[in-house]
Design a protein around this ligand. Structure first.
Ligand code: BGP
Length: 466
């Protein structure tokens, strides 16, 4: 298609791709010397927590099928692809001796991607703490900070000659909220003070890994991936505005500011101090955070947060939660993905990008995840066996229009990655909601079939627009 026939044309060399994570797609959780991580452990001890009892050993088997998958990446138009390294595959005990079979596997993946002109984007941490380190306290513990830096440094040294886009964490708020506030991820603790410590350590480890990376003078960039949930107040009433600001400070700026500006927002520090929740830290930690900000920011966007002032005083006898500062509400008439229950608000992606442009030095960024999970997609299979997922194509187009608009207005956006490439296993929801451009048939040995959205994505990437 000629550029003149397209309505939305993206900048030259735009990164078209998708994101994935080790636990959600490698499978083989006990093979070739991999150590257990918190997901393997939780599944063994509490399998009923997982939808249909499917655990992390039954993810889409990328570990054995990566060659086939990389061909499919090519067929669906990818010029870039994010995966994460499994810390417990590299270091079965979390630190110490590196597992050579893991090194071989990741080398193969990186080399095959490069052979196919697909740039590897590598993330070091996607919710998968090695069990041995969780037993030391996981992200709460200072010893784990040092273990992470050792792991990151090893990955840079082994793969950094070829990998030129590195990410220290994916969505560091998720282990904080799911693991330490709302009980969705192991260790499923409810403890605000610990949650703050975990958040602080994720920022410290990110800065320390960046420092390590830069000391090696490798030829690439390093960043972090944050899920930003724009916080929209119910009204312009000062109390609603204040509530929305507090939600933004807790869920977004607690990671955005240290990652990009090298400091925590003063207002956030005051809020935490008032409740006695400041984390413990060592002399020099804040300097490390200040001096090691990111080159590049990945933005995962799924949904906004609708916020209003608290209507009742919080119950001081209940465990302290972020919702002590604000209430959320159901905005009348909002559009919702009925399967996942998440609001769909496309303009949110534009608001995030404009905020980065205006308040974060227009840092180089890309959309690192955006996607729609849908149940029972076999309903939409046509006579040729292809899932007709028109809804997903519309979802992407509707978001891409706003990404395009932000770029027109000067935002420094380099790419768009969808979640995700092949239907994969999702934390507690297992295979309930499917997100892929390619389907996986669990009854036919994980057979892959490109969906209509996969063909569309190829066209989008080839035309560099739509
Ligand atoms: C993001 C995570 C992904 C992925 C996605 C979809 O927050 O980075 O790992 O799972 O959300 O969410 P879910 O799988 O819970 O539907």
């Amino acid at each position: 298609m000629k550029t003149s026939e397209l309505t939305y044309v993206f900048p030259k060399d735009f990164w078209w791709g998708s994101a994935s994570s080790a636990t959600q797609m490698e499978g083989y959780s006990k093979a070739d010397g991999k150590g257990p991580n918190i997901w393997d452990y939780w599944y063994e001890t509490e399998p009923n927590r997982f939808f249909n009892g499917i655990g992390p050993n039954h993810t889409s088997q990328f570990y054995s099928r990566y060659e086939e998958d990389i061909k499919l990446l090519k067929e669906t138009g990818h010029n870039s692809f994010r995966f994460s390294i499994s810390w417990s595959r590299m270091f079965p005990e979390g630190r110490g001796k590196v597992n050579e079979k893991a090194v071989h596997f990741y080398n193969q993946v990186i080399n095959r991607l490069l052979d196919n002109e697909i740039e590897p984007f590598v993330n070091l941490y996607h919710f998968d703490m090695p069990l041995a380190l969780q037993n030391e306290g996981g992200w709460e513990s200072r010893s784990v900070v040092e273990a992470y830096v050792e792991y990151a440094g090893t990955c840079f040294a082994l793969f950094g000659d070829r990998v030129q886009k590195w990410f220290t964490h994916n969505e560091p708020i998720v282990p904080v909220e799911c693991g330490y506030l709302y009980g969705h991820h192991y260790p499923a603790i409810v403890d605000f003070k610990k949650a703050v410590q975990v958040a602080f350590h994720s920022m410290l480890t990110s800065a320390k890994a960046i420092e390590k990376y830069r000391s090696l003078s490798l030829p690439g960039k390093i960043g972090i991936i944050l899920n930003v949930t724009p916080s929209y107040p119910r009204s312009e009433h000062p109390a609603d505005l204040d509530a929305a600001e507090k939600a933004d400070l807790l869920f977004n700026r607690s990671f955005l500011d240290p990652s990009v500006k090298g400091e925590f927002p003063q207002k956030l520090v005051e809020m935490l101090e008032e409740e006695g929740f400041l984390p413990s830290y060592e002399l020099g930690d804040l300097d490390i955070i200040r001096e090691n900000t990111v080159d590049l920011l990945g933005i995962n966007y799924y949904q906004p947060r609708r916020v209003k002032a608290k209507e009742h005083l919080p119950n001081r006898n209940a465990p302290f939660m972020p919702e002590f500062y604000f209430d959320t509400y159901d905005m009348p008439g909002k559009k919702v993905n009925p399967y996942r229950g998440w609001e769909i608000y496309e303009k949110g992606i534009f608001d995030i990008l404009k905020n980065l442009q205006e308040n974060y030095g227009n840092i180089e960024c890309f959309i690192s995840e955006n996607g729609m999970g849908v149940e029972n997609e076999e309903r939409f299979i046509n006579s040729e066996g292809i899932i007709q997922d028109e809804y997903r194509i519309s979802f992407y187009k509707d978001h891409l229009k706003w990404v395009h608009q932000a770029i027109q207005e000067g935002a420094n956006v380099k790419g768009y990655h969808v979640w995700t490439f092949v239907d994969n296993w999702s934390w507690l929801n297992a295979y309930k909601n499917r997100y892929g451009l390619v389907s996986v048939d669990l009854d036919q040995n994980y057979k892959r079939t490109i969906k209509q959205s996969g063909y569309w994505y190829k066209e989008l990437a080839t035309n560099n627009g739509f």
